[in-house]
Each structure stands twice: as C-alpha cells, then as structure tokens.
Design a protein around this ligand. Structure first.
Ligand code: SAM
Length: 326
C-alpha cells in the first residue's frame, strides 16, 4: 500500500497518454501550444512495465487522460495491455469524445470500463468558440456510441467559463432528467499561461446551482453530502441521472485525495495544483530495476503535499492542464 505522510492511501493513478489534443479549449491550453517530441514520452512498453509496479504498490484504479488520450497511436492495444495487467481493477478514460464514435466499441472490447466525456455546452456555436475548432455533433455521436458500447455509467464533465458557457449549465443539467448520466460542473483552475484567464472567468458552484435551481427546481443533496469520488452529488426533481460539483477552488477536497498523476513524459506529479514532480522516465531509461523504481515512487508518494495553495495565491506555473493530464 502506498501511504503518504498524512496517512492517505494513494491508490488512484491518472495516466496521461499524450500532451496532444484535437481541440484547444480556451481554459486548457494556449492556441499556439508546442508539444513534446514523441520520443520524449513514455512508450507503450515503458508504460506497460510501470503498470505492475504501481499495482505492487497498491494502485488499483487507473484513469487515462491527456491531452486527448484517444489521439495516441495504438490506444486500443495499449488499453488492452493495461487492463490485462494482473491486479488492475479499474481502467477508465477522460476524453473529449470527438473520436468515440469509432473508438468506443474497440475500447470497451479492450477492457475499458467507462468514460467521462467533456462537454461544456450543447450550443454548437459556443462549443466551437470554447474549443476553438470543435464540432459538437461529433461529441454527441461519441456520447451515444459510448453508451451503446456499455462504457457506463457515463459522466459528463463541464468546465464553466464566464462569457463562454455560464448560461448553458441549465441545458446540460436537463440531460439528467431523461438519461441516467452524471453531469459534473468543474470549477476552472488556474495553470501556467492560462492562469489569468481561469482566475478572471471562474464561475463558482454557488452560481451554477442557482442558475439550475431557478429553471429546473431544487437540487436534492445526495449521500448526505459525502463526496462521490471528487464530486458532491445532487438530483433534480424526478431526474434519472445526477448533477455533481467538483469545486476544487472554493471547496477543496485535498483531505480525501487518493491520487497521483503520471504525465505523458514520465513524471510523477503528486498534486495537480502544485508544481513538484518526480522523474521516472530518466531512471527507467537508465536501466533502473523494478525495486529501484518502486522506491522512487514510494518516496515521492510519502512526500505528497497536503493540498493546493490557491487560497494563498500559489498557482502552478510550470505546465498547463493538457501537459499534466487532467
Ligand atoms: N482531452 C480530454 C478531455 O477533454 O476530457 C482529457 C484531458 S482534459 C485536460 C481533462 C479535463 O480537464 C477536461 O474535463 C477539461 O475540461 C478539464 N480542464 C482542462 N483545463 C481545466 C482548467 N483550467 N480547470 C478545470 N478543468 C480543466
């Protein structure tokens, strides 16, 4: 079991498969983003070597992210290798859904359990504006393909940015009336080059809840307010699905954190919102043994920071979200 010095059991690894993306969401990366050369990223065999090592340390839950994980060449075979690693219980993915129309079925067949799909608005023009060139209909096709392939329960991630989509939160919540989906509103977090944007355009949970309740009725708090993963869940009157809030900025859940992140370039990042990282790629390529690599991971987890420092204006500067793995 990998435990940090505060007694938290860290067993959930978010694995970034690439820093590249087929969209350019305004709050996620600058338009003229430069990407790492592929040779500087963890290769399939390197990633598959690290999987049993993380399992041996107690990790059982893995989420593939990016960048956009579905643009990684050979993603289906890589997923098959990861899900086939003994001891791996759950492998899921966070995706923008653009490629799910064709990839949902093969990914499900390769053992992927479910997907979270990021959709910030159901308005095609505003979707185009927020993603800089996305086509909403591709994502909606992807959502339905995911459901048909059995990648359930389906969760929708919505980041709310003032001036872009704060009015669309109601339409997204309305989806939960007829679908057993979870629509989760994520407070925008500041990173690197897009930090100013995120801080100036943030829309809080309180405002989103107010907009939804005013149109669709009171939101009933579920689970006695206990977090489900990182989200606090609610239900609209008569709804099949649920509405969730991930309010890392105004209501941090660091005390309940169980995760670490592996960046596409092989760095272990212990807190999304703090810059410190531990390099695994260099020792791995220098011939470190499994025991040596496990010691590096164990030590890094022990030193995991207690939580983020946004309240004290400590903002991660070194990388934007797409380079870390959201
Ligand atoms: N490309 C995939 C996707 O769109 O879901 C996976 C990577 S993306 C970085 C993962 C999640 O992070 C998405 O839901 C995205 O909306 C969210 N995200 C990106 N930048 C963010 C920010 N500054 N604050 C909060 N969430 C952010």
């Amino acid at each position: 079991m990998a435990v940090d010095r505060f007694g938290r059991n860290i067993h959930y690894l978010r694995v970034s498969l690439t820093d590249r993306c087929n969209l350019r969401c305004v709050y996620c990366m600058p338009e003229d983003m430069t990407f790492r050369p592929p040779a500087e990223l963890l290769q399939d065999d390197e990633l598959l070597r690290l999987m049993p090592l993380f399992v041996s340390l107690g990790f059982d839950k893995f989420r593939l992210t990016g960048g956009e994980p579905t643009v990684r060449a050979g993603v289906v075979d890589l997923v098959r290798g990861m899900t086939g690693t003994p001891g791996v219980k759950h492998v899921s993915m966070t995706t923008n859904g653009v490629l799910l129309r064709t990839l949902a079925a093969p990914l499900a067949e390769a053992g992927l359990e479910r997907v979270n799909v990021s959709v910030d608005t159901l308005n095609p023009e505003r979707f185009h504006k927020i993603t800089r060139y996305g086509k909403l209909e591709q994502v909606l096709d992807g959502l339905h393909a995911a459901e048909a392939a059995g990648l359930r329960p389906l969760k929708i991630n919505t980041v709310v940015a003032r001036g872009f989509n704060e009015e669309d939160v109601v339409d997204l919540a309305r989806l939960t009336l007829d679908h057993n989906w979870q629509v989760r509103y994520i407070e925008m977090m500041p990173f690197g080059d897009v930090a100013d944007f995120a801080q100036n355009q943030i829309v809080t949970q309180e405002e989103v809840m107010g907009r939804i309740s005013a149109e669709l009725g009171a939101l009933e708090l579920l689970n006695g307010g206990k977090l489900s993963g990182e989200a606090r869940l609610y239900r609209l009157p008569g709804a099949r699905g649920t509405v969730g809030f991930i309010s890392s900025v105004t209501a941090p859940f660091c005390a309940a954190c169980t995760r670490a992140r592996l960046t596409a370039d092989g760095r272990l990042r212990l807190c999304l919102l703090r810059d410190g990282e531990v390099d695994l790629l260099t020792p791995l390529r220098a011939g470190a043994s499994d025991d040596e690599l496990a010691d590096i991971v164990r030590g890094a987890i022990w030193r995991k920071p207690w939580g983020h420092g946004l309240a004290d204006d400590v903002v991660p500067e070194s990388r934007v979200m797409s380079q870390i793995g959201g």
